[in-house]
Design a protein around this ligand. Structure first.
Ligand code: MRU
Length: 364
């Protein structure tokens, strides 16, 4: 994607092919800064502290983290320890395990001398595959937006999204936002309702930043506004991303997604989830009971940060001193509330048969 006249991806290598660079997403939208990840610890910190975030990007960063570890020490014990360190950074997005498993399996089957080069090559392949998957998701999802536009000529298609499942959450394009970019670039008039996505405000800060940079009309709304908009016919469809989708089509995504899906069902609004196949956890069926939900620090709920009048960034407390807070980062939307899954191979029902139909080679 283009920022200030320059094309960026969210993760890339130095000219020497060893150092990993990422965009510091904790600074957006107020500052666009990049950070170099020099070693395993830096990669693990970047994921844990959400300098990088979004399921597919976490997976790619994990893969590069293992490459950085292999470059420092290619022995089995070091690779296995690095794998565990990276896996422990964030528990919910399954793409992290998927990316780490791919690189670890290759490394352990290779003589030590060749491991680092192989790990970088594999991490690079995972990144390229992610770009191709997201572009394909964009094409399949754009067809849904085209269809909605044909049903409602003369006005923009109103799309609601939650959190950030755009190019910042992947290597490029995004999942939920890719169809919007593809449709908008093809000339379909769209307007996006952007849930602010408390407590970390990925919608208000990251999705709004992306849509503004791409020139897509949008409006940031309070998290609780979606149901009201749907009741008044102001949402044609909802598209969100996911951190882990079970083989039966249960969808885990940013906290609050479930409530949007319930409101969508009540109002007959189609509710789509966009994902690459790396986000499917084929080992799990029951998302509500099986998916580990990350619980983050209470400070993300009790405090909020933003830009000050002098251009700095400051944090303020919104709760009374002494009120306890809890901070679950994700929830699970049962498959019955999902109209369809938009994948790199097309759109399918959120069900085991739907997923198996598109991915017979992966379903096992
Ligand atoms: O906590 P985050 O910001 O990593 O959560 C991100 C999301 O919930 C996204 O919707 C999901 O990872 C899909 S990203 C293409």
């Amino acid at each position: 994607m283009r920022i200030d006249g320059r094309d960026y991806r969210t993760i890339w290598l130095d000219a020497d092919g060893r150092r990993v660079h990422v965009i510091d997403q904790t600074r957006l939208p107020h500052r666009f800064e990049t950070i170099a990840l020099d070693d395993l610890d830096a990669a693990a910190r970047a994921i844990r502290d959400m300098i990088v975030r979004g399921a597919p990007l976490i997976g790619v960063t994990g893969a590069y983290g293992l490459a950085l570890a292999a470059a420092a020490d290619p022995r089995d014990a070091a690779i296995l320890a690095a794998y565990e360190t990276l896996l422990a950074t964030r528990p919910t997005a399954v793409n992290l395990r998927w990316g780490l498993d791919r690189v670890r399996a290759l490394l352990l089957a290779t003589p030590e001398a060749g491991r680092a080069a192989l790990a970088y090559a594999e991490a690079g392949r995972i990144a390229e595959e992610d770009v191709a998957c997201c572009a394909a998701i964009g094409e399949h999802g754009a067809a849904l937006i085209h269809a909605a536009a044909e049903k409602n000529p003369g006005r923009p298609v109103n799309i609601l999204t939650h959190c950030n499942a755009g190019w910042l959450a992947t290597v490029d394009w995004g999942t939920a936002l890719a169809p919007i970019y593809k449709a908008a670039r093809a000339g379909v008039p769209v307007h996006v309702w952007v849930d602010e996505t408390r407590p970390r405000n990925q919608g208000a800060s990251l999705t709004a930043f992306e849509l503004l940079s791409e020139g897509v009309p949008h409006t940031v709304i309070a998290d609780n506004a979606g149901g009201h908009l749907m009741q008044h016919g102001l949402v044609d469809l909802a598209i969100v991303g996911t951190d882990r989708t079970t083989r039966s089509g249960d969808v885990c995504n940013k906290i609050g997604t479930y409530l949007k899906a319930l409101a969508a069902q009540d109002n007959g609004v189609p509710f789509y989830v966009a994902l690459p196949s790396s986000t499917i956890d084929w080992r799990l069926s029951d998302g509500v009971r099986g998916i580990p939900i990350e619980e983050r620090g209470a400070r993300e709920v009790t405090h909020i940060s933003g830009r000050t009048a002098d251009g700095g960034v400051a944090e303020v407390q919104v709760t009374p001193e002494g009120s306890p807070a809890r901070n679950w980062a994700f929830d699970v939307t049962p498959a019955r509330y999902v109209t369809g899954l938009v994948t790199e191979r097309g759109v399918c029902a959120a069900s085991e048969n739907g997923l198996k139909g598109l991915f017979p080679d992966l379903a096992g």
